[in-house]
Design a protein around this ligand. Structure first.
Ligand SMILES: CC(C)(COP(=O)(O)OP(=O)(O)OC[C@H]1O[C@@H](n2cnc3c(N)ncnc32)[C@H](O)[C@@H]1OP(=O)(O)O)[C@@H](O)C(=O)NCCC(=O)NCCS
Length: 285
């Protein structure tokens, strides 16, 4: 089958469900998500998807880069970036986060919190953007989609005056040469459970034509896509939501697909994650 060259676009709220599914599919067998959501059992994929949905909604709310690779109109890859302009505490979503975490169960909530703390300890001291997640559907890998998404992330960092570059962490040794190809260097190394974690940083590059900035030029964020009809969700068949949904609807959106809460002893108190500057606290990547 011929390979389609993807177009990199800024995604909007209408794409949150689809982007959450693409990321959950891309990270389904990823070592760190397996470790973080180990306690989720049969709900692994549903909870992973809810977590990525929240990450996507944060981008919409905060105006942080929320990028998609569209190949023949199909979303095949997604990149989520932590920006510099606002913090998660500014949003109503922040209040929802603890309920979502509590619904995941104590072990998953604790591991997500530990992962957030670890990132805060290891991230570069200079102000930077952070590539929280990048994932491409398994059937579309090796077609250059991640490369195009990465180049766009680098352009955004290079046109953001206060950003010194782009940081990330990865847990697969096979990803290291890929990121090194784009100019990232390992800055630190640690582990979570028995999962290795490498922190990498790519300083902004001034000269167009550098490995990571090839063809970059100076460009602003890609244009927002025109509004599209909501796509029925695979999980529930319900349609995507439009703008400014009230808190209760946000909760339903995040938790959709969950069965009704079983009758029984009261649930554990919500676990509130500590906040750190320049970091999305619940984000799995
Ligand atoms: C990692 C992942 C995003 C890569 O996506 P992809 O679309 O297959 O990657 P691409 O085809 O765009 O390849 C990326 C670039 O890296 C290069 N590359 C890939 N493997 C490489 C290697 N071992 N050494 C050097 N360069 C490599 C490619 O040549 C390409 O560069 P180019 O654009 O200059 O040609 C994808 O495999 C994925 O989703 N994996 C699961 C989730 C994951 O691991 N995410 C990253 C978490 S940190």
């Amino acid at each position: 089958m011929p390979i389609s060259i993807s177009e990199i676009v800024s995604l909007t709220e209408e794409w949150v469900d689809e982007a959450g599914e693409v990321l959950a599919d891309a990270f389904h067998d990823y070592p760190l998500t397996r470790y973080l959501f180990e306690g989720s059992g049969a709900r692994y994929h549903v909870e992973l998807r809810s977590s990525f949905r929240l990450d996507c909604l944060y981008r919409v709310e905060l105006g942080w880069p929320f990028l998609g690779a569209l190949a023949d109109g199909k979303l095949v890859g997604v990149a989520l970036v932590v920006g510099l302009n606002r913090s998660p505490e500014d949003t109503a979503l922040h209040k929802m986060e603890s309920s979502l975490l509590a619904s995941f169960g104590a072990q998953t909530a604790t591991r997500l919190r530990e992962y957030g703390d670890m990132k805060a300890r290891h991230k570069p001291r200079r102000r930077h953007m952070y590539l929280e997640s990048i994932g491409v559907l398994a059937g579309h890998r090796g077609e250059g989609h991640a490369g195009r998404l990465l180049r766009r992330v680098h352009q955004i960092s290079e046109t953001t005056p206060r950003s010194a570059g782009v940081g990330l962490d990865t847990q697969l040794p096979g990803n290291l040469p890929l990121y090194q190809h784009f100019g990232y260097e390992v800055t630190d190394e640690t582990s979570m459970g028995n999962v290795p974690v490498w922190f990498m940083f790519r300083p902004n590059q001034e000269r167009p034509g550098d490995a990571g900035a090839a063809g970059a030029g100076r460009q602003p964020l890609p244009p927002r896509l025109p509004r599209r009809r909501p796509r029925p969700s695979r999980a529930t068949g319900s349609a995507g939501r439009a703008k400014r949904i009230p808190d209760s609807a946000f909760k339903r959106k995040l938790l959709k697909g969950r069965p009704p809460a079983p009758a029984g002893p009261p649930r554990a108190r919500p676990i509130v994650l500590p906040q750190s500057d320049n970091s999305n606290p619940i984000s799995v990547f």
